[in-house]
Design a protein around this ligand. Structure first.
Ligand code: ZN
Length: 328
């Protein structure tokens, strides 16, 4: 099996994955195991123990289909050498603020349109799932992203649209769990995990179901005084409110500063690298920022290993990413 901990820089990565067959072998081994233990599962019907066919592909005797190891991965039907994908995943996960399609196109020598397409596909690996449900203490907060008002000439601006307005901005809702993680010395240190989603509005009927989906019953939920959060205690949460209106930003551990740290991280990523994000793609950029935040204590090799596994359909929880590499 490949030892992903070897790939601690781009040179070791490109040296190991020197041709497409090595890349495919890595995908086969990671998906289905190696040697006696290997169990090739048909991506179409789920039958186990499919046979090798001629030409390096596989054959399923149940549904009679032939398939390559790329079927069901993000690389399916690609014409590009796989190493370009691997380097793309490596670069996007190693740069703190992400990478633009222009930069990627120069780095791996593909057209900008191809680089853009690759980045969109790779970002799909970041999609958030409710496998990571939060508990303990969870900060909830909403922000409004976009609205290119400040770039428009004064006379072109829509009146009264600065701040909280959905006329030109998109509401985004986030939840952040305050947690701890064991460091290499075996000590507990604080860590926060976040979920964030584009929402149609910030009404109670919109936000509270999201909280119920991603925050365990009985958790302590900290919010600002937005009306949408009224009634959280009736849903089984312990609800603590920080009153921004009264200029109260922290009262003991009742604050939302941690999630506000995530919002500024996200804004920096957008302005530093992507400049102009359409609403249509906003969620994917949020997913990327969320992934980066939640794996920020992981090493580069751990992040690449995790992305590689996601690219072939093996998904891990964030809290597991840091704990040991997938070497087995
Ligand atoms: Zn089959």
């Amino acid at each position: 099996m490949i030892d992903f901990s070897n790939f601690d820089d781009i040179i070791s990565l490109t040296t190991y994955f020197s041709n497409n067959n090595v890349c495919k072998q890595a995908i086969i081994e990671s998906r289905w195991g190696v040697g006696e233990e290997q169990d090739v599962v048909c991506p179409y019907c789920g039958k186990h123990h499919c046979n090798h066919s001629k030409s390096g592909r596989f054959h399923c005797t149940a549904c009679n289909k032939n398939f390559s190891c790329l079927v069901g991965t993000i690389f399916e039907n690609t014409k590009l050498p796989l190493i370009k994908w691997f380097v793309g995943m490596y670069l996007i996960s190693s740069h703190k603020k992400g990478i633009s399609s222009h930069q990627l196109s120069r780095d791996i020598h593909v057209t900008q349109a191809t680089a853009w397409y690759m980045l969109q596909k790779i970002r799909l690996l970041y999609a958030q799932s409710d496998a990571d449900v939060f508990d303990g203490t969870v900060e909830c907060d909403e922000v409004y992203i976009g609205g290119k008002q400040k770039w428009k000439h004064q006379s072109m601006r829509t009146p009264h649209t600065q701040g909280r307005s959905t006329a030109t901005k998109t509401p985004v809702f986030g939840m952040m769990e305050r947690s701890t993680i064991e460091n290499e010395e075996g000590e507990e240190e604080p860590i926060t995990y976040v979920h964030a989603f584009v929402v149609g509005n910030t009404n109670k009927d919109t936000l509270q179901p999201v909280i119920q989906q991603f925050v365990e019953d009985g958790s302590r939920v900290i919010t600002d005084e937005l009306n949408a959060y009224n009634g959280l205690s009736e849903l089984g949460y312990t609800h603590a409110v920080v009153s921004h209106g009264a200029e109260e930003y922290a009262n003991g551990d009742v604050f939302t500063n941690s999630i506000e740290g995530f919002w500024s991280h996200f804004r920096r990523m957008i302005t530093g690298c992507y400049h102009d994000v359409s609403d249509e793609h906003l969620q994917q950029y949020i997913d990327e920022a969320v992934y980066r935040w939640n794996t920020r204590k992981a090493s580069q090799t751990e992040r690449f290993s995790d992305m590689f596994n996601k690219s072939i359909g093996l998904v891990k929880r964030w809290s597991e990413i840091r704990v040991g590499l997938m070497v087995a």
